[in-house]
Design a protein around this ligand. Structure first.
Ligand code: ZN
Length: 347
């Protein structure tokens, strides 16, 4: 695993971007400040642990799909066993939510794309809930999902949001396929495909058509709508929130002309992901119907096919065009090209 550039302040593949965490810590609320400092403190340790685990190559292969642990507000991972595949629900609501949402994500990739778990070989999905004290994040650490309880003021329990869980597990899928480098354009693509499949899992579970979906990520995370609607919007990047608690306005661009060249956030991976996110949304709504059937299949084909660690927006766009032509023919290919053109990326 090559670590390249970036602030190193936040574990890779976390749902809440570093600029939002900093804003929460500095918003002037004592509880938020405590949660923010805890979150920042624990992240340096996590980055080290992730590297260690990746070197050991732990994969937890087993017949069962899901196991949920309780970190009991500490830093030891995975923690104590709470629930495993086929077992009864436990008394812990977060553990049951993590279990259900991991199962729905597993079923989505299996039934829609015929992929057995994130590695294609039935890899067991491990989750640890109640990580740290008021920990304001959720992340994929290379071996498992880890969830904080949130600060309770702006952000709530991270296990309650299916799209957040599907987003994080998609990071696992990306890592075992294209392995998009978490920096710059390839990093923004990495973030974007997690948002795309995060939203698709939610749409699939609710049986929604593209035009019925909310296209939001993390809407269930926010404690109150006064802080915003969600963390991100694929339909309208840059409009998910506008609050001093979140560091001001949602900074996501929807077009290449507004691409942000920045050092923070690993080169703006949570910012510029708005551009490919919006291309996907435009295509899905343009095609209509269930977004996972065509638009989702095209993105899945590109991600698990020709995409490589340093794939750029334009290269990924070209690959989606090839996949579209091959799987759905000339008419759909034109729609894919048009969607990328509308966000300023030439395929
Ligand atoms: Zn992410």
């Amino acid at each position: 695993m090559v670590r390249d550039g970036g602030s190193g302040d936040v574990p890779r593949c976390s749902i809440v971007p570093p600029y939002v965490l900093e804003a929460l810590a500095q918003a002037g609320d004592a509880r938020l400040a405590r949660a923010g400092h805890q979150t920042i403190l624990l992240t340096a340790e996590l980055a080290e642990r992730r590297l260690l685990l990746l070197e050991r190559g732990e994969r937890h292969l087993a017949d069962e799909r899901r196991v949920v642990y309780d970190a009991v507000h500490g830093r030891e991972l995975p923690g104590t066993l709470l629930r495993r595949e086929g077992g009864p629900a436990c008394a812990d609501a977060s553990a049951n939510a993590a279990y259900e949402h991991a199962g729905q994500t597993f079923s989505f990739f299996e039934r829609v794309f015929g992929r057995s778990s994130i590695d294609g070989r039935g890899m067991r999905l491990l989750s640890s809930v109640h990580y740290g004290q008021h920990y304001d994040n959720a992340f994929w650490d290379g071996t498992e999902m880890v969830y904080g309880d949130g600060d309770g003021v702006v952000l709530g329990d991270f296990t309650r949001a299916l799209d957040v869980i599907a987003h994080e597990l998609t990071h696992g899928l990306t890592e075992s396929t294209a392995n998009l480098t978490y920096s710059g354009q390839s990093g923004a693509l990495n973030e974007s495909v997690s948002d795309v499949f995060g939203s698709l899992v939610k749409q699939w579970v609710h049986g929604q058509r593209a035009e019925e979906a909310d296209w939001l990520i993390g809407d269930r995370l926010l404690v109150d709508t006064k802080f915003g609607r969600a963390l991100r919007s694929l339909a309208a990047p840059g409009t998910a929130y506008n609050s001093i608690f979140m560091g001001g306005k949602d900074p996501q661009p929807a077009h290449m002309r507004d691409y942000q060249h920045m050092r923070a956030d690993d080169g703006g991976v949570h910012v510029n992901s708005g551009i490919p996110n919006h291309a996907f949304y435009l295509l899905a709504v343009d095609l209509g119907g269930h977004a996972w059937e065509r638009a989702g299949a095209i993105w899945f084909g590109a991600l698990t096919g020709a995409a490589r660690p340093h794939t750029s927006f334009a290269e990924f766009a070209s690959e989606t065009v090839h996949v579209a032509e091959k799987q759905f023919g000339d008419e759909v290919r034109k729609h894919v090209q048009h969607a990328w053109q509308r966000v300023g990326v030439s395929a």
